[in-house]
Design a protein around this ligand. Structure first.
Ligand code: ZN
Ligand code: ZN
Length: 256
């Protein structure tokens, strides 16, 4: 009787949440115990460009051509220590990030948070601080995708998720701006949340965001955290855009 009831419950759950026990990338059925919703092959594939790269930039963590900061990181003013990208901003991870960010799919924070946790170094972090959204975006999106990722990393790796920064002004679109222009556009955009000051003082902070492009947002947020007294700031991101000259392009065919 118990077995029949369980089978019925499984069928009901499959109907309500048909994708819940499938890998969100390849659709392969997973053991229900696998809570990451990613199969091993897809996890390996997302890490492939980093594993195959001869060199990784010591600042942004992206594959680069020599054992020194990449072109985009050279001359960058220091604020955060280093970036740990879980994947490159390419399909299929790109679709997961877009779904999380714009597709009302906060559940995608689970597989992305899992990938991010696996890409972290062995350092201990006290706090996981998400890059904040402006309240106008928060009310239309209903959740902050970076906060969902920070919560997942907190659950898997231990740092306490804390919203320690406020985005008190929405700057104009930055997509066509270069790094210097973005830095200028973000001046004064982020401010400390004074309610979190006591927690941040002396803390080893992991700043959490969905995408890393020029690093201007991470720089601006890390500056605020350091002003609040953080001992150190490293950055965890779900996906990093690739500099065009990167040798990692050859590692980009999808898994079979
Ligand atoms: Zn898969
Ligand atoms: Zn770099």
């Amino acid at each position: 009787m118990k077995a029949r009831l369980r089978a019925f419950a499984d069928l009901l759950l499959d109907t309500l949440f048909p994708e819940d026990d499938a890998c969100v990338i390849c659709g392969r059925r997973l053991d229900p115990e696998v809570r990451s919703r990613l199969c091993d092959a897809c996890i390996k594939w997302t890490r492939r460009p980093f594993v195959l790269a001869e060199h990784l930039c010591p600042v942004c963590g992206r594959p680069c051509v020599a054992a020194r900061p990449c072109h985009e990181c050279t001359g960058r003013p220091a604020s955060f220590g280093h970036v740990m990208p879980a994947a490159l901003y390419r399909e299929p991870v790109r679709s997961l990030v877009v779904g999380l960010k714009y597709g009302r799919r906060p559940d995608l924070a689970r597989p992305l948070g899992h990938l991010m946790s696996q890409a972290l170094d062995d350092a201990i972090y006290d706090l996981a601080v998400p890059v904040p959204l402006h309240h106008s975006h928060l009310s239309s999106r209903q959740y902050n995708q970076a906060a969902c990722l920070a919560a997942e990393i907190g659950r898997l790796r231990g740092p306490q998720p804390v919203q320690a920064i406020i985005k008190h002004r929405q700057p104009p679109s930055q997509t066509s701006l270069d790094r210097e222009q973005r830095l200028a556009a973000l001046a004064g955009v982020f401010r400390p949340d004074l309610k979190a000051s006591r927690l941040v003082r002396g803390a080893r902070v992991l700043l959490v965001d969905d995408v890393f492009t020029t690093g201007a947002t991470a720089y601006a947020c890390a500056c605020v955290l350091l002003e609040m007294g953080a001992r150190s700031v490293d950055v965890a991101v779900a996906a990093a855009g690739m500099p065009s000259e990167s040798p990692a392009k050859r590692a980009l065919s999808p898994p079979r």
